[in-house]
Design a protein around this ligand. Structure first.
Ligand code: NAD
Ligand code: ZN
Ligand code: ZN
Length: 361
């Protein structure tokens, strides 16, 4: 089958012909119906060798939805043909964090060969993906796979951060969302769906601010020198209860620290690699600043329930697998509204023969 692979650090990914994997004991083979394109992959393409201890090459694609194609020995469920979302962060499965469904914070992550599907392990930018265990699959019923794919990261990641911020997001509160891209446009909707906070969206691109407005943000603020003053006009002089930064540059973290209120919290979700000089006086009293990484499998179930109930909807543009490189370059150029989603089944390249279908045990 044709797969879009990350082959070497500092080198653009490329297509390769790889065998369709056969599920071994405990594993599940999934036929991919949709795979989202995340900005994190662009960071990975840019990072120098040694930044992450992953084994290369691997197939990209960490927002994956598909249908169960075959079960390895010992696997009884889910049934062949079941539509599933792949829970992306793959931990050891047995440590305390993993047992709580928080494989994103697996205690043995340093021993793992990768971080998850499409991140050190083969991902969904191919016709099939091999999933190490059925525990990493969540049935999605009849949900549109094009909608479900972005839920596994573009929505799950902000959902996790927003849930952590919920105690601060009381009636009358304000939340600032910086960067209204794939993650940010989901964040605006999740905040509206699960909190009473008024949402202020910030972006450097007017088209993204228009999207923010369409998905329910109350106020739109262009990024730049005047952004802090403009935000304060809406949140008041005390500052915002929570700030969700989906960029993570020096500039955006500084802006977040400037507009958060005392005892508020800044969530740095974007991994642009910016830094912030902490001192007693560089952030309001008792305000906290932290990163967050992806979300738990239980939170994925919750976010899929929000989507199923029509409470959050991804703005998507679809691409054939053959056009995946175009999707990445358009994302880099800031030219994707919401999320780009790859549909591997629409690839024109024929699938290799000889695969023993539906080898149930
Ligand atoms: P995206 O490209 O779809 O969206 C980024 C948005 O930020 C765009 O709308 C862009 O116009 C805007 N932006 C860029 N610079 C800005 C600035 N200085 N001020 C205001 N807005 C600005 O990207 P995405 O896929 O939504 O990912 C966002 C970030 O989150 C990336 O850094 C990605 O790697 C990261 N990410 C982190 C996690 C995690 O678990 N922490 C998970 C997924 C993605
Ligand atoms: Zn991602
Ligand atoms: Zn673990």
């Amino acid at each position: 089958m044709k797969a879009f692979r990350f082959v070497a650090w500092g080198r653009p990914p490329e297509f390769a012909e790889v065998p369709i994997p056969e599920p071994g004991p405990g594993q599940v083979l999934v036929k991919v119906t949709a795979a989202g394109v995340c900005h994190s992959d662009l960071h990975i393409f840019d990072w120098p060798a040694g930044m992450l201890p992953w084994k290369l090459p691997f197939t990209l694609g960490h927002e994956v939805v598909g249908k169960v194609e075959a079960l390895g020995p010992g696997v009884k469920a889910p049934e062949i043909g079941t539509a599933v979302a792949v829970y992306g962060p793959w931990g050891c499965g047995t440590c305390r964090a993993c047992r709580m469904g928080m494989e994103n914070y697996c205690e043995r992550s340093a021993e793992m060969p990768g971080a998850g599907v499409g991140l050190g392990f083969d991902g969904g930018m191919a016709e099939y993906v091999l999933v190490p265990s059925p525990r990493l699959l969540i049935p999605i019923g009849d949900m549109d796979p094009i909608q479900a794919a972005p839920m596994t990261d573009a929505a799950l990641t902000p959902y996790h951060a927003i849930k952590a911020g919920l105690p601060l997001l009381v009636p009358g509160s304000t939340a600032v969302v910086i960067g209204v891209g794939g993650l940010g446009h989901m964040a605006v909707q999740i905040l509206d769906a699960i909190s009473p906070a008024t949402v202020i969206a910030v972006d450097k691109d007017q088209r993204k601010l228009d999207l923010a407005k369409r998905v329910g943000a109350a106020q739109m603020v262009p990024a730049g020198e005047k952004a802090a003053d403009a935000i304060r006009k809406f949140v008041g002089p005390v500052g915002a209860n929570a700030v969700f930064d989906f960029v993570g540059s020096d500039e955006t973290i500084a802006l977040a620290a400037k507009v958060v209120r005392p005892a508020g919290r800044v969530f740095v979700v974007g991994i642009a690699g910016g830094s912030f000089a902490f001192s007693f006086f560089s952030i309001p009293y008792e305000a906290a600043i932290s990163s967050t990484y992806w979300g738990s499998s239980v939170e994925l179930q919750e976010v899929l329930a929000l989507a199923a109930g029509g409470k959050v909807k991804a703005a998507v543009e679809t691409f054939a697998l053959d056009d995946v490189a175009t999707a990445y370059s358009r994302l880099r150029a800031g030219d994707i509204e919401g999320r780009a989603v790859i549909l591997p089944a629409s690839s024109k390249v024929p699938v290799g023969a000889g695969f023993e279908k539906a080898r149930a045990n």
